[in-house]
Design a protein around this ligand. Structure first.
Ligand SMILES: *Cc1c(COP(=O)(O)O)cnc(C)c1O
Length: 403
């Protein structure tokens, strides 16, 4: 039994990040400046995107993307129901209507249902690369090609993930990343818009800082001028150099983080393969899964206990876990059926009964992993019904019952 609680996730902040933050604090340049630009360039080099625009959250990245696309009242935006609320909240912030769509067994957007729910009002679709695995991007592009529907990818879980050999963010008009504390790399709070569209990049950058024609960095530097124009009433979503200080070093360590996440996932896969009632996440063909999450399914009947009891059992053993996610259509803000797809949420509702995310992050020691493995195996075995062997002769009472 562990003496210390193991949280389901933890950020990995090293001495380099700390020194870089201190350097920013001492430099006198604490808001958007040279380090934010450097972080953007490094991020663009890593993902292969043409432009990277650093912002203060993925929520801001999604919101700015929709705003730059001109999404507004009367428009519909397709959103999977199994996601964090930010994916749909931003649609509502712009006065548009989210249309919630069911997911498949891997937690990814149900393409057929999405396609059936396209209406003349549909202006955008926000597929989510759930748990760190790409959605079927080829299918998303197929159903949106030629009908003016913009694709805004929610890549909050997916920095470093690939689809058919291509890095998420490398192509596409709007890809939104998160550097929130729990994500695969963090700046405390932070996000990034990746795009291959020059005009869209300009619009996002301008909207991220009040809609001004020149950013504050240029304005206040020695070479800058005092003059600027407000082109449109923009927002205040810029990233600070303090955040970028973290990002610069987190990005350098990201390949190692991903390697370790994949290693831990492989260890779980092997250790749990034979457990009755437990379904493991799988890596689909043509994708690199970066395992932001390791969501298992607990089938109450065959595992012998419910997902809720499973979380409690782990908790008793000092192990954390969580649920990703409570489907949006079950929240009060999204219960209104006008926001729901035609076709219902059969898979998302079934998933919701069973999913839970086990601890998985690069800072876990081999002993931590061993503790999780031992606990999960023990919980399942303790809850198995006594075995009945089919080769045993039937009991006399059973015989008399059938007669
Ligand atoms: C975390 C998360 C977001 C929001 O990210 P922030 O950077 O916290 O705004 C959006 N979508 C999904 C799927 C997330 O998990």
């Amino acid at each position: 039994m562990r003496s210390q609680f193991l949280p389901y996730c933890l950020p990995m902040i090293g001495e380099e990040e700390i020194a870089e933050v201190v350097d920013s604090l001492r430099s006198g340049w604490v808001t958007t400046g040279p380090k934010t630009r450097r972080f953007e360039q490094q991020f663009a080099a890593y993902t292969g995107c043409r432009h990277a625009i650093a912002v203060n959250s993925c929520t801001a990245a999604l919101h700015l993307s929709l705003a730059a696309l001109g999404i507004g009242p009367g428009d519909e935006v397709i959103v999977p129901t199994l996601t964090f609320c930010a994916t749909a909240n931003v649609v509502r912030h712009l006065g548009a209507d989210p249309v919630l769509i069911d997911v498949d067994e891997d937690g990814l957007l149900d393409i057929n249902q999405a396609e059936r729910n396209i209406s003349p009002r549909t202006k955008a679709i926000i597929p989510v690369h759930f748990a760190g695995q790409s959605c079927p991007l080829d299918e998303v592009r197929r159903i949106t090609a030629g009908n003016g529907i913009a694709v805004v990818e929610d890549a909050a879980h997916a920095v470093g993930a690939t689809f058919q050999g291509e890095m998420i963010g490398a192509t596409g008009r709007a890809i939104a990343f998160s550097f929130y504390a729990t994500k695969n790399m963090t700046t405390g709070e932070g996000g990034m818009i990746a795009t291959d569209d020059d005009q869209f990049a300009d619009a996002c950058r301008r909207l991220s800082l009040h809609g001004m024609s020149r950013d504050a960095w240029k304005r206040y530097s020695e070479t800058g001028s005092w003059y600027y124009e407000v082109i449109e009433p923009g927002y205040k979503d810029n990233m600070t150099d303090i955040q970028a200080s973290l990002g610069i070093h987190q990005l350098q360590r990201l390949p190692g983080f991903i390697e370790r996440r994949r290693q831990l996932a492989a260890r779980y896969n092997e250790a749990f393969a034979d457990l009755p009632g437990i379904t493991l996440p799988r890596e689909l063909p043509g994708r690199r899964h970066v395992y932001h999450l390791y969501p298992i399914r607990v089938n109450a009947k065959t595992a012998g206990l419910s997902r809720g009891s499973f979380i409690e059992e782990l908790r008793r053993r000092n192990l954390g876990s969580s649920v990703h996610f409570i489907p949006l259509h079950r929240h009060p803000a999204y219960r209104d059926a006008r926001q729901h797809c035609r076709g219902g949420f059969r898979v998302a509702d079934a998933l919701y009964e069973e999913i839970m995310s086990l601890p998985l992050y690069p800072g876990m020691t081999d002993e931590d992993v061993q503790d999780v493995i031992a606990a999960v195996r023990e919980i399942v075995s303790e809850h198995q019904p006594p075995r009945v062997y089919s080769c045993q002769p039937a009991m006399p009472s059973q015989l008399s019952n059938t007669l």
